[in-house]
Design a protein around this ligand. Structure first.
Ligand SMILES: Cc1cc2nc3c(=O)[nH]c(=O)nc-3n(C[C@H](O)[C@H](O)[C@H](O)COP(=O)(O)OP(=O)(O)OC[C@H]3O[C@@H](n4cnc5c(N)ncnc54)[C@H](O)[C@@H]3O)c2cc1C
Length: 405
């Protein structure tokens, strides 16, 4: 089976759905190809900070999502060994969203048949004759597209064709999950992080009964990685065991969590120097979201940055490919120009706008990852010094505004 399409978005995660929605809001239709059989979200919840809310406002879904999660009012960092407490600055609207709420809200406003499930892209190439993208699917079908947007996450197949390398792997993993309290949890609307040696536990309430928690730890051995990834019960019990000197309520939060939500995640990243030097597009193929800028969740910004990508990319594409078509359809109608030069101008503008933003985000997370993951005291000290110099404004990353759609 071979078919032709104007714009194909590969991946129906946060970025793919947000991009399709942003294009739809600009009057441009696209087809999202998602390998799963239905909408899905990896990980229980996602922290949304002020820059993410600005993007969600532009996508027209922020007000719906505000109803699903409490506003976080304060943050606190606790060092277990000496009991020292420091405030965590928040810098504006912060909420912890159920990932599925975000995914559903982004998909809800798309026209029917915008998402094709069970459709895995195995490779993408530029047709040698037309130099248009050609997508090969796992069912043997092909799609000739005028534009391809790769939103297929950290192991993107689209990223390689634009010239990006495989993402790197940190020696740190995250376990996350939900704990539901039958009565009101009584934790307040507070974001808390507790830290001891190589283990950090953070939690935020989603609403008065549901709490999202995450634990960051270094790997121990390759064997234990495989076992922990496979067995949520073992994963949970190994964390609870390692938290022996944490407050009882914190231990209970993890041990009472809903096992079906407990998940092991290894952290991948695209190095900041690659973000600085490499192209994000080739011909009429471009990448966005984790495919472009996979970063560890130390700033909780990967998802929000993906929403920003969606807004900026749709704005740039709409500006360059929408033409007034007075002759055929009357002055109010528009047609789309998929001339390679128009798409190229759109991608150049998008890359220019996003490069600086995602460079600084990946740089800051890379520094934090090096501090958490490195076993060398000297390296840690050097990176801490650079972090203090370059990122003295701890909430600087939340001030970004992706602008109007
Ligand atoms: C532990 C952890 C915690 C995080 N916490 C936060 C947070 O609090 N706040 C925040 O803003 N960000 C957070 N992030 C980052 C955030 O989850 C990601 O940046 C975000 O999910 C990226 O969205 P995406 O759509 O680019 O990729 P993904 O969410 O990975 O979606 C990719 C989609 O593409 C599909 N797909 C993949 N390959 C193919 C293919 N070949 N063909 C068709 N479909 C394909 C997948 O099935 C998936 O649906 C966190 C990340 C991790 C790992």
């Amino acid at each position: 089976m071979s078919e032709e399409r104007d714009i194909v978005v590969v991946g129906g995660g946060i970025c793919g759905l947000a991009t399709a929605l942003a294009l739809h809001r600009k009057g441009i239709q696209s087809l999202v190809l998602e390998r799963s059989e239905m909408l899905r979200a990896t990980g229980a919840a996602i922290i949304m900070q002020p820059n993410g809310w600005r993007a969600l406002d532009q996508l027209g879904v922020a007000s719906k999502l505000r109803k699903t999660a409490n506003a976080i009012e304060s943050g606190r960092f606790v060092t277990i060994t000496d009991g020292k407490q420091e405030p965590i600055p928040l810098g504006g609207e912060v909420r912890c969203l159920r990932r599925m709420d975000l995914i559903n809200v982004l998909a809800e406003d798309l026209p029917s048949n915008s998402i094709r499930f069970g459709s895995r892209v195995v490779s993408v190439e530029l047709d040698p004759i037309t130099s248009r993208p050609l997508l090969h699917l796992d069912d043997g079908g092909t799609i000739k597209a005028k534009v391809v947007i790769g939103c297929d996450g950290v192991n993107s197949v689209v990223a390689s064709i634009v010239g990006l390398n495989k993402t790197g792997l940190y020696s740190i993993y995250v376990t996350r999950g939900f704990t539901r309290y039958e009565n009101v949890h009584g934790l307040g609307n507070e974001f808390v992080v507790m830290s001891r040696d190589g283990l950090q536990l953070g939690w935020l309430p989603v609403d008065d009964h549901l709490v999202y928690w995450f634990v960051t730890r270094k790997w121990t051995s390759p064997d234990s990685r495989v076992m922990l990834a496979k067995d949520p019960m073992l994963l949970k019990s190994s964390i609870v065991k390692a938290m022996n000197d944490f407050p009882t309520d914190a231990i209970r939060m993890v041990s009472d969590s809903d096992l079906s939500t407990v998940q092991y995640t290894e952290l991948r990243y695209r190095p900041p120097w690659e973000i600085l030097r490499r192209s994000f597009w080739k011909g009429t193929i471009v990448v966005a979201g984790d495919a472009m800028h996979a970063m560890a969740p130390f700033l909780a910004q990967g998802g929000a940055a993906s929403l920003e990508d969606a807004v900026v990319l749709a704005r740039c594409l709409a500006e360059k490919i929408k033409l007034a078509d007075d002759v055929d359809r009357g002055p109010r109608e528009t047609s789309l120009s998929f001339e390679k030069s128009a798409v190229k101008e759109a991608f150049e503008k998008y890359s220019k706008e996003r490069r600086a933003r995602v460079f600084w985000l990946t740089m800051e997370t890379f520094f934090i990852g090096s501090i958490l993951g490195s076993s060398s005291g000297i390296i840690k000290l050097i990176v801490v010094l650079f972090t203090i110099i370059l990122f003295s404004d701890k909430i600087g990353h939340t001030r970004y505004d992706c602008g109007r759609l």
